[in-house]
Each structure stands twice: as structure tokens, then as C-alpha cells.
Write a protein that binds this ligand. Sequence first.
Ligand SMILES: [Zn+2]
Ligand SMILES: [Zn+2]
Length: 122
Amino acid sequence: MFLRGAVDGRPVKIAPSACEGCGGGVFFVLVNASGAERECSGCGSRAFIADSEEYWNEESWEDDEPGAAGCPCGSEEFEAAVAFSLGDDGSVRWVTVGLQCMKDGFCQAPGFVETELGGFLE
Ligand SMILES: [Zn+2]
Ligand SMILES: [Zn+2]
């Protein structure tokens, strides 16, 4: 696991991303302040990260256009993982998107996605 520690000192559960189409774990990632979408570098299939789809629309892009996540080394291929920050009652509060560069291993967390899942993880 490559995400940096807990958010706000709360417990964090990390779920590595894998492509539903081919099982690959390398993605190009589009992010803005409200969401993230990943595109598999193996088969090109796209998926939203957590509940990003709810906020992923042209209306919100007017102020905040999504951009491709990039490493300082110039690579745009990442392993992606999602970290769920849990509240005191075990409900999901925040989703953090974590990326690790495939070239040099540089890690970053480009976005915090507020979640309204309100559910409980297993
Ligand atoms: Zn794939
Ligand atoms: Zn890099």
C-alpha cells in the first residue's frame, strides 16, 4: 500500500483499483476538485472512482476543468488506489485517491472526494 497515513488521524481503509475489464492496475487518471475518473492503460475502459460520477458533469467543469494527473517526471501512468476515511461510527466520510507513478514510484494524492455513500465498508 502506498498511500500516506491516515487522513485527520481517522482510520483509513485502502482499496487498490483494478480494471473491471482486464484486471489491469495501471491507469491514466483525470481529476478535478470534486471527482476522479480512471482510464485503464491496458484496455482503455473507463470507470469513476468512488462516487465521482455524481459530480462529474459539464456544469461543474465550468469552474474546475478536469486535468490528467501527471508525475513531475512526465509520466501519466499510475497505479491507483482509493482510501476511505472512516468516521467514529464506521461510516465512510472521505474518499482519497492515491496514485503511484509507474516510472519512478512517486506518490501523490491529487484529490479528496467527499462521499455521500454514508454506508459501511465490510
Ligand atoms: Zn483494462
Ligand atoms: Zn514519475
